[in-house]
Design a protein around this ligand. Sequence first.
Ligand code: ZN
Length: 201
Amino acid sequence: MPNTQAHTLLEQAYQQILEAYALMGYDTQRDDNFRETAQRAAKAAQELVRPIAEIHAEIDDLVSKTFPARYDHMVISKHNICFGLCPHHLLPVVYRVSLAYIPRERVVGISKLSRLIRLMARRPVLQEDLTHELAELLFKRLDSLGSAAYIEGLHMCMAARGVEAHEARLVTSAMRGIFIDQLPSRQEFLDLVTAAPLQLL
Ligand SMILES: [Zn+2]
C-alpha cells in the first residue's frame, strides 16, 4: 500500500529536480516528455524502496510458514537478481544474491528464499549490511545450524557516474554457525555461487 504522504513529498522533490535540470539547460518545464515525470518518478521511487514496516511484516509471514526438514544438507538459493538503492547516493543497485543454510528442524520453501531476498533488498541499505542481515535472518529466525550469504552488487553510483567504472562489482559475504567452523561447507557454498560471474552488460 503506497504511503500517500511519502508520495507527495517525493513528487515535490522530483519537481525540484526537474527545475534544477532546467537551470542546467534542459527544457523540463515545457517538453512533453517531462509532463507527469515527477509523478511517475515518485511512484518508481516507492517501488524501489518499500516501507520498512511492510517489509518486517512480510518477513514475519515468510518465516512463519516452515516445513519439517527431511535432511540436514545445505539448502541453496543461487543467483537471485534483485534491485535496491544505495544509501550514500540514492542510486539503484543491481544485486545477484545467493543464500544457503543448513536446517536443524524446519525449512522454508525455496521460492520463499527468493522473495525474502527481493524484499530485504528494497531498502536504502548498504550491501555489507544487507549481506549480514540475510545471513542473520536465516540463522536466527529459522534456527538453522548455519547460514551463508554471498552478494555481488553492480552499483550505479560506481558504474554510471564519475569514473564510470562500469565493470566494478562489489562482492560481500557473511557466514553464521557451521559455515564459520566447517571449511568444507563454506567452500562448497562459495564454489557453487561463484562459478559464473555476474554478467549484466
Ligand atoms: Zn552509492
